[in-house]
Design a protein around this ligand. Structure first.
Ligand SMILES: *Cc1c(COP(=O)(O)O)cnc(C)c1O
Length: 341
């Protein structure tokens, strides 16, 4: 067990959070003259600051308790708040791997936290021997693991992740933005076992709600209460809470689309393998493919000229392009364009 309090910034431990009008009254219907809202209109009332209905649905789906869930304004908020809770600016550090999701770097820079990066192995796995060298540095408060990893698409070896959870004395954030597409289960099941584990997920990918900005953190209740302490009072709008609830209610829509995306992924792989310009397709547990091509920069530009926008990742992985799985029609258009190039 990690001593969580020891990892928290002293000013956050001491903080008395803002108590909103809706925090103090949790009863049912009434005459609300407490929050200086306009009594008229559709969206005139502040939303539930604790997103109780949404958490309740998620708790059932994920087999956790409501107090194991934090709902954020996208995963970006989860990442940002983790820096603000645990890392003293200019003093503490965080650790991640490369190549990986760019927001860890941006968010650490915004918060004035040094982010150390360890290269992944040639098959994009964690080099545990290298990670071990950092365990003695108590200024490292956070460690980010993206699994399935963006932009490489692979799941991280569970044995390596558990080794880190057991031996690292800081907080481990496992970013599972793509876990719904993966063949392995989420590590949310480990939050009771490791109190330093935060699993982040999102409604932006498999749930199809990127526009709504709803991100999630799953952890033990002590860690979750820290997130609730520092978040802005009404961080998730009523419209967005409702959009997430509606998506969960229509589980068959989610499930059908997920199946179709995975089927399209296999179809696209088969078609891309036929093309001479494609040198390698990396194995993917996500809804995107990382392709190694001959000249990524010119291929990217040629596709843009045909109004097909992919992600040029050649600065992260040499001559690689990342392609999201689209609709059957979009995937056909991509293959057609690639054949003509
Ligand atoms: C897309 C993505 C997210 C999602 O971020 P939101 O802010 O929830 O939209 C998180 N992590 C990774 C690695 C991603 O690729």
């Amino acid at each position: 067990m990690v001593d969580i309090e020891k990892l928290v910034r002293p000013n956050i431990l001491a903080l008395k959070p803002y108590s909103s009008a809706r925090d103090e009254y949790a009863g049912g219907a009434g005459i609300f003259l407490d929050a200086n809202e306009n009594p008229f209109g559709e969206l005139n009332r502040y939303p539930d600051p604790h997103q109780r209905d949404l958490k309740h649905k998620l708790a059932t789906l994920k087999a956790v308790n409501d107090n194991n869930i934090f709902v954020g304004n996208g995963s970006d908020e989860v990442i940002d708040l983790a820096f603000r809770i645990f890392c003293i600016p200019g003093v503490d550090k965080a650790l991640t791997f490369a190549p990986t999701y760019g927001m860890y770097e941006v968010s650490s820079a915004i918060n004035n936290i040094e982010l150390l990066t360890i290269p992944l192995t040639t098959d994009f796995q964690i080099d545990v021997e290298k990670v071990k060298l950092y365990f003695a540095d108590s200024s490292i408060k956070l460690l980010f693991i993206c699994s399935p990893n963006n932009p490489t698409g692979n799941l991280m070896n569970k044995r390596d992740v558990e080794y880190i959870l057991k031996n690292f004395n800081g907080i481990v954030i496992i970013d599972e933005a793509y876990i719904d597409f993966a063949k392995e289960a989420s590590l949310i099941s480990l939050i009771d076992q490791y109190n330093n584990l935060i699993v982040s997920q999102t409604f932006s990918k498999a749930w199809g709600l990127a526009a709504a900005r709803v991100g999630l953190a799953y952890a033990n209740s002590e860690v979750i209460s820290l997130f609730n302490k520092v978040k802005s009072p009404y961080n998730v709008s009523k419209i967005n809470q409702q959009a997430a609830i509606d998506a969960l209610t229509k589980f068959e829509v989610y499930s059908e689309r997920l199946t179709l995306i995975l089927k399209e992924k296999e179809r696209l792989i088969a078609q891309l393998q036929e093309l001479v310009i494609v040198k390698k397709i990396y194995p993917s547990d996500a809804n995107f493919l990382l392709l190694e091509v001959e000249h990524a920069d010119s291929l990217y530009t040629a596709l843009v000229a045909q109004h097909i926008i992919t992600r040029n990742r050649s600065k992260q992985v040499e001559n690689c392009i990342r392609i999201s799985i689209g609709t059957p029609h979009e995937n056909d258009e991509l293959v057609k364009a690639l054949k003509d190039i």
